[in-house]
Design a protein around this ligand. Sequence first.
Ligand code: SF4
Length: 648
Amino acid sequence: MIIKNTCPRDCYDTCSILTTVEDGKAVKLQGNPKHPITQGLLCWKIKNALKFVYSPERLLYPLKRVGPKGRGKFQRISWDSAYEEIAGRFRKIIDKSGPESVLPFHYFGHMGLLTAHASQRIFNALGAGKCLPTVCSLAGRTALKYVYGSYWGIDPEEMPNAKLIIFWGLNGPWSNLHGYNVAREAVKRGAKFYLIDPVKTANLGKHLSIRPNTDGALALGLANYLISNDLYDKESVRRYAHGFEQFVEVAKGFTLGRVAEITRLPREDIVQLAHDLIELKPNFIHIGFGVQKHLYGGEAVRAIALLPVLVGSLRVHYSNTDRDVNLDFVQGAQFSGRPRKLYNMALLGKILEEGSVKGLFVFNTNPVINLPNQDLVKKGLSREDVFMVVHDLFLNDTCDYADIVLPATSFLESFDAHMCYYHNYMSINERAIMPMGEARPNYRMFKGLAEAMGLNAEELYPQEEALLEEFMAGSAAIDFSLEDLRREGFLKMAVKPQDRFPTPSGKVEFYSRLAEKDGLPPLPGYCEDDSGGYPFQLITANEMHITRSQFHNVWKDEVEAGVLLNENDAMVKGINGGDRVRLRNGLGEIVMSVKLSSNVSPGVVLAYGGIWAKLTGGKGVNALIPDHVQAFGGNAAYNSTYVDIERF
Ligand code: SF4
């Protein structure tokens, strides 16, 4: 039997999958060859997904803590006891400290509409606190809202026609495999490809090994070169730009010499890129999320996003999530009596230290591993006056601090539907196999909790198909039914027009009135991080074998903890490949092994994210990452981290 599935990982591609099931057991996962974007190809992580689905380490029963927080000692309990305990504790917290002192803490470890979005319904009904999603792309989305009025970007199905493709801070082969393959095919047909990134991950086209966090300066330098040499597209600027004259004054400061010095890129490469931008059309600029994960990352995205209008294109691609669909309905905004208190998730350690959050429900994320300031997060989660529930597939680092751990299903064990932040196809995920042990999908788990808390569970969590049908019928971008989707597996949603900009001026705002209203500079600019005197920039990336902070226990043989260092830097520091090195800054120190690589820019230490601290000596690289946030959206600034490195 072949079942239609969808990869739920927080990944650009949202691959369509065909699962072979024999005697109730999934035996093979294949990419669906009919899907226009993912074209039958699955990445290594999901080709091998059966290893985590059938892992002997899967959580099969609810657990209750029996030892001190952080030790990970639990005893098995029933679902009824778990619900009774959770409902009782949350009720007490709400009665004493108010509903906003209960915080659902979640991200997109599973991106399904039912699993990720509908989970919000119970918390809307309770009036609980709300997690502001600041650990990934929010700064860039905020920037694009200032510039374009929305963060809608080019449809990736336009990439094959591009003459110039730029992956700007995008780790294609590891993080956007299908987009990268399309780029490779386009290059074979004559397109020119650039990778602008401090780490070379693509063996394609021209690599500009930019100094991290200087992308905004490069964009402003390109703009200045085009304007001052009278190369820019005047008709495009006349039709689509607002505030161009004021912008020209800002861009003037970014001369070739200055930009080359800031970015450490050769002047001739910057000049060539500027000429390619104006001469090779159409272009496709895909900005990766890494570009904006520093203190001035939103500014960088804002500056890059202005380039298309200067050269006669309209937009970049970033994250196509603001389509015309009624996500509020799925999330249950209609059940919320008043605005919920917002908590910046990147600041969890500080929030817990401050003390007003007394109850945490963690799902679809692993905060001990993926948040900055790991030690403060652990300290907060160790508080005896914080009651924490975690719903997950495995006993990860965060579970070790939980009072109750609930077993979650994998994507093969639950029904769902997906939308994608890259391409525009909606796709179905049928349940392929029965849940392992007593594991429950989020939707059903929260329905049970709603019942235990005396809420109207049937209204909050109706039958799954009914909820999806109502969502689809109320979404302008979806002109097909759930039945159509189940039959076809995936169907394309409506794309938005490229030339409509819902900004106050109706144009691309070089001078942003929305930014001004938010108390930010209306014109783009560039700022340097303060390195605090530390000589190396520590940046993190997802290695191709790791699914962010999930499943490192399953992939521990494939994913080795460690850092990468440029060979010349290593020589200066007397470090050899394979050495143990100490990384140190004001937050503390960690010891790891080092690999040497010419693919990493000088002055950069690259660490892989998602490595479980409990499997690698108790401390992850996040212990060195400060929990400072940027002005654009309050987004985390992981890559504004500076360290020293020495042989251990
Ligand atoms: S992780 Fe990404 S590339 Fe891999 S199968 Fe899932 S959606 Fe596709």
